[in-house]
Design a protein around this ligand. Sequence first.
Ligand SMILES: *Cc1c(COP(=O)(O)O)cnc(C)c1O
Length: 432
Amino acid sequence: MYSFDYSPEWASARDREDALHRFRAAFHVPQHGGRETVYFCGNSLGLKPKRTTELVNEELNDWARLGVEGHFKPHTGWFAYHELVRDDMATVVGAMPSETVVMNHLTVNLHLLLVSFYRPTADRYKIICEGGAFPSDRYALQSQVEWHGFSADDALVELEPREGEETLRQEDILEAIEECGDSLALVMLGGVHYFTGQALDIASITAAAHAEGAYAGFDLAHAAGNLVLNLHDWNVDFAAWCSYKYLNGGPGTVGGAFIHERHVQNLHLPRFAGWWGNDPATRFTMPHRFIPVASADAWQLSNAPVLEIAALRASLELFKEATMPVLARKSLELTSYLLFVIRTVLAAKGDDKLLEVITPFESQQRGCQLSLSFAEKGKHIFDTLSAAGVIADWREPDQEGRSYGVIRVAPVPLYNSFSDVYRFGELLGSAL
Ligand SMILES: *Cc1c(COP(=O)(O)O)cnc(C)c1O
């Protein structure tokens, strides 16, 4: 469906036609040896928007100028500063503004949401998760089930790919949900798997969990800002994500959370409370009893991290302008070009076994990350690519019980170009 050509001329001509190409200039691209790197690591830490400095400095200057009165300055008062990003963040994940809050950090948010949505009983206490989940998610789930007095071995049902396969099959996920039946309390999966890059069918997994009377929550660390999401329409119960990966908020910047409207409206839902979750109408009158606001803000504990949110605003402005559907369309073409380039390089070497793409090829099952496995010399190839100015990510062979190493590459549609992909092909060719 695309007609690609592996040449620098084709790539730069495609860049000139690309309506999103201008966004690259809104970012700082790290340099290597006097030229821009091929930065394929936006799945780990997104690039810095140039405007971030200005927006953070505005708040620093207002602090210098106004002191505590900055809380009630016009437009960007710190009292409601988190509300400035609510609408744009909601749009990125396909939620209603009242279902979305920017707060804390990813693992913290998972715990806070599990307080509300993992309420195990003697009969219904199991959590379905991935066997190869990101360590922090695994620790969060393990500590939650143990905190409730269950053992992780019994309560965590870990999904594994079939023998000889790399990624989960949809039918196996649905079957595991059905098998757990009445014992299932929660399905908690990654929207996009951090290692394999596999995207899951969130809507049908959610429906299957609901059919068994369980909740469905998702870790969207690698999905937010990567895939078109429709959390509200998909009926997801809750989700959490970080903003320093595809959302370019900056290192360790504030995360996000989604709680479906039907739960947000239920003011009796158990939760851990803090003053920033209180109805803002009475927040500063310091009422004795917590009055949750009927929005996702009710899960907020502390006053908002203004400098982090200021940094995030710079990136969300760009997402608002570019829009997720347009980004996702380019993303598909860019990864398809990357696959084409890799295959062309392997064909030129006369050996298509030098590396394998373990990310599912089908467009519904991936975002912009491709995970490349190398039976041999993977680390050497990675080091050679790094020395030549490619910034990607290396995973050692023993991780996840795999016998091979993996290089994860993520051409990000907001700032990566077809020329980046072409150059990656050239450098990969010489490294091989
Ligand atoms: C990046 C990532 C995290 C990081 O968690 P923090 O709390 O932000 O440090 C957790 N889970 C997954 C799946 C991730 O990809």
